[in-house]
Design a protein around this ligand. Sequence first.
Ligand SMILES: Nc1ncnc2c1ncn2[C@@H]1O[C@H](COP(=O)(O)OP(=O)(O)OP(=O)(O)O)[C@@H](O)[C@H]1O
Ligand SMILES: [Mg+2]
Length: 228
Amino acid sequence: MIKLNKVTKKFTLGTLGLFDINLTVEKGEFVFLVGPTGSGKTTLFRLLIRDILPSGGTIIVADYDIVKLPQGKISHLRKKVGVVFQSLKLLTDRTIFENVVLPLEFSGFASDEARIRVEEVLSQLGISEHRNKFPVQLSGGELQRVAIARSLVLSPDILLADEPTGNLDQITSREIVKLLLDINSKGTTVIMATHNFDIVNSMKKRIISLEKGRLIRDESHKEKEGDK
Ligand SMILES: Nc1ncnc2c1ncn2[C@@H]1O[C@H](COP(=O)(O)OP(=O)(O)OP(=O)(O)O)[C@@H](O)[C@H]1O
Ligand SMILES: [Mg+2]
């Protein structure tokens, strides 16, 4: 489902974003991506949605060859891969409903169908009551849910969440992770980049660690029966 082979990303001026990354994530997995600031987590996500191209290596995401993907097919890839950006990237002059409906509008959904789908995800994330508010009127945890709702509205196969619990308290952070686990249990592959080791250590999920652009650890924690 996601396969990286010898992937390197050098930025202009020579900064190394990622170096010689080999990684496979199977359909339906839940993976934590950890590593200090500047270790390459966001760079990896940007490569997976073809926001940037690698300097070397091959990347397959949902059957698309990222390096060879023609410009005109990038939108096809982005429908299969939802992203929650570190900076959320919500539009401040639009309501929550308008923010979440946007990907459906871009994809040409009829407005009735789009409305039904938006109401469905807003309800799934527990934020229906905020549909007519603007981002500035919501708390950090609520905004994080809005960003997740927007990334889910096209029912992607893969969800990339970049530090979705940054700046949130422990309780809200756990609620967000629980939402991501629910989404994963319905079949979506989830990769969550995080610095929150309390959560990572309590979850018994696969943990991929980056350091200075290198993949230094890949630990799978098999859940035992009755251990959930
Ligand atoms: N557009 C860019 N141009 C030059 N260097 C960049 C660019 N984007 C990222 N980098 C560098 O690449 C490295 C990896 O950055 P990245 O944003 O992937 O780190 P990160 O693991 O997401 O960090 P954080 O935990 O702070 O979000 C850093 O050294 C960063 O300065
Ligand atoms: Mg980052």
